[in-house]
Design a protein around this ligand. Sequence first.
Ligand code: UDP
Ligand code: MG
Length: 308
Amino acid sequence: MEISILTPMYNEEMNVNPFYEKVTKVLKELNKSYEIVFVDDGSRDSTLKKLKELHSNDPNVKVVSLRKNFGKAAALAAGFEQVKGDIVITMDGDLQDEPGEIPKFLDKMKEGYDLVTGWKTNKHKGSLKRLPSLIFNKLSSKMTKVYIHDFNCPFKAYKNEVIKDINLYGEMHRYIPVLAHWKGYKIAEIKVLNYPRKAGKSKFGSTRLLKGFFDLVTVKYLSSFRSRPLHLFGTLGVLFSSIGVISSIYLFVQWLMGIGIGKRPLLMFAVLMVMIGIQFISIGLLGEMIANNEEKKTKSYSVKEILE
Ligand code: UDP
Ligand code: MG
């Protein structure tokens, strides 16, 4: 199998058939073996019924049906376990991504990249999401040092080995390129067309940005401190305790000189700083214990090949 298309579908009854037809047309022209893997993420409309029809008429269509709505990242993870193609292309099922761009992804992959991600350039004018998403993308690339423009683009191509190597959870699908980059995979970005949604409803609301921010914090934390949490929390702890200790010494000297310190706000501050410091160090030590256990299960490295 050369190519797998992977698409999560949640309440997309109006989009299933047009999506299938457009994608199939593009894939047929490529003259390569392919499969289209749909993951029905617990749809409550006739999406699953339509997917089953496609499956019974076309041997290239595979359907994974989830018991309930688990969210897009989970749907993708479920699909990742099934895909057989050497190259896996993920795209949304709402036709916002242009199937005609698929050959561009394949061309770029031929240059030797492990992951090629899309960059939606023709943003819909006047959309309220534009400024926040610009800030979000800038912040993400600064913090993760993965210098791509668009972290929210669902349209991506991967070598099969990349997805089998990545641990997806929560809403981490946005940061797949980041997770891949840390494992040493080669990443590229290409510009893609993107359309406004024509049928059905968007499933993500305004809380997305806040969640995205938390995911960014997690991703940053895991990448930098996963296997050495005490480096972060210990540093913070020492910093806070030092401030507390220095303040205390200052107060102590004044007390020796006969100045009353019992009612000084600084006393409260000093005690607080020492306590916060000790807490940080304790959290760091707890983190070390967890990391020590985790290390056995999830490797902190990724092997490219072994020559024996
Ligand atoms: N989706 C899904 N499960 C969910 C929400 C969304 O599988 O819980 C799918 C949805 O069917 C679509 C893709 O994820 O194919 C992107 O969703 P949507 O178009 O609502 O997101 P937006 O384009 O607004 O970011
Ligand atoms: Mg969409």
